[in-house]
Design a protein around this ligand. Structure first.
Ligand SMILES: C[S@@+](CC[C@H](N)C(=O)[O-])C[C@H]1O[C@@H](n2cnc3c(N)ncnc32)[C@H](O)[C@@H]1O
Length: 317
């Protein structure tokens, strides 16, 4: 079955970090805020710059709380949910998480991931031809590398918008496109999949992507050139994850990620690993070549053991 036709279940993670009682928000250094175009977060009078280490600690802590909340939700444990929500609110909720993430994007700390995508697209976006439509899911900045390229027409969404040019929208609830004019050449999913607390939710997010992509682009033979109007990498998904999710997880490695994406109709075109992140470009080639074979289900199963491994996983039901 084509992923575009599969019924999508309602997301369960929407409000996890969106606490109603938001405490004072720590504010980033002015240069970072300026480069992000952020307009909203200055809520308190205490200007606190977030160090790189503090950002990482905060992000880790909020991820852990989110996972605990997802587990409590599965068990229907309302008392635990309330306690975890209070702790999330105490730590600053989604807004503070976003500021910490943005801090990680500052060029002094490695730059934003969309720079890698632009590097990969290289010559195919240099000319003066048509524009390429990009859906940036989990957008924190309107001034990142991809936004600065005139051939990129970027639509930005996030669970919590920090700028008027970013729409507040859960990708899992984005209305399905009615026609190709509402579809995209590229979907950017940078450090978003690991944010989704449930392993089923991650699979559902990956499965939903192709509904929003323009039709599959055939892989050119070595003699064929891509034209001015085509992306050299084809229509597809730019996926970025913290490196340990793939390199040090009990339940995920590169081969497993590739099997899951291939079953969803993608071919790995590009990959890169830095100290902290893994970057992938998955060309959307469609599922026709499966010739009616139903796609496999992928469960959470141990691929490698070890006490120091993490539990990042994605399952496809
Ligand atoms: C760690 S930040 C990543 C920001 C940026 N893309 C980057 O690479 O630094 C994750 C963002 O993803 C957003 N997000 C998570 N799930 C989402 C969903 N289902 N729909 C839209 N945005 C989502 C969160 O609100 C958060 O702002």
């Amino acid at each position: 079955m084509s992923p575009t036709k599969k019924r999508q279940s309602k997301p369960k993670h929407k409000s996890l970090l969106l606490s109603r009682t938001r405490p004072a928000v720590a504010v980033l250094p002015a240069n970072i805020v300026a480069s992000s175009g952020i307009t909203k977060p200055v809520r308190n009078s205490t200007i606190t710059s977030i160090t790189s280490k503090a950002s990482r600690t905060l992000i880790r802590s909020l991820h852990t709380l989110q996972k605990r909340r997802a587990q409590a939700e599965k068990k229907g444990d309302t008392k635990a949910i309330a306690e975890i929500d209070a702790e999330i609110a105490k730590q600053g909720g989604l807004e503070k998480y976003q500021l910490a993430s943005l801090n990680g994007q500052s060029s002094s700390r490695g730059g934003d991931s969309s720079g890698v995508l632009m590097e990969w697209l290289g010559a195919s976006v240099k000319g003066s031809g048509k524009k390429f439509r990009v859906l940036e899911v989990g957008a924190l900045s309107v001034d990142n590398v991809i936004s600065k390229n005139k051939r990129m027409d970027v639509t930005r969404i996030d669970l919590n918008s920090v700028h008027p040019a970013i729409e507040t929208q859960d990708f899992m609830e984005r209305p399905l496109p009615k026609n190709d004019s509402e579809r995209f050449h590229i979907i950017s999913l940078s450090l978003v999949l690991n944010f989704v607390p449930s392993i089923e939710g991650r699979g559902a997010m990956l499965e939903r992507l192709s509904s929003f992509l323009l039709p599959p682009t055939p892989i050119p033979t070595s003699e064929e050139q891509t034209t001015e109007d085509e992306l050299s990498l084809g229509n597809g998904v730019f996926l970025v994850l913290p490196a340990p999710c793939v390199e040090n997880s009990r339940y995920m490695d590169k081969e497993r990620m590739q099997s899951i994406m291939e079953d969803l109709g993608y071919k790995l075109e590009k990959e890169k690993t830095s100290n902290k992140l893994v970057y992938y470009y998955w060309r959307w080639i469609g599922t026709e070549h499966f010739k009616g074979r139903p796609r496999r289900t992928w469960k959470k199963e141990e691929i490698r053991s070890g006490a120091k491994r993490n539990n990042f996983a994605v399952v496809l039901a």
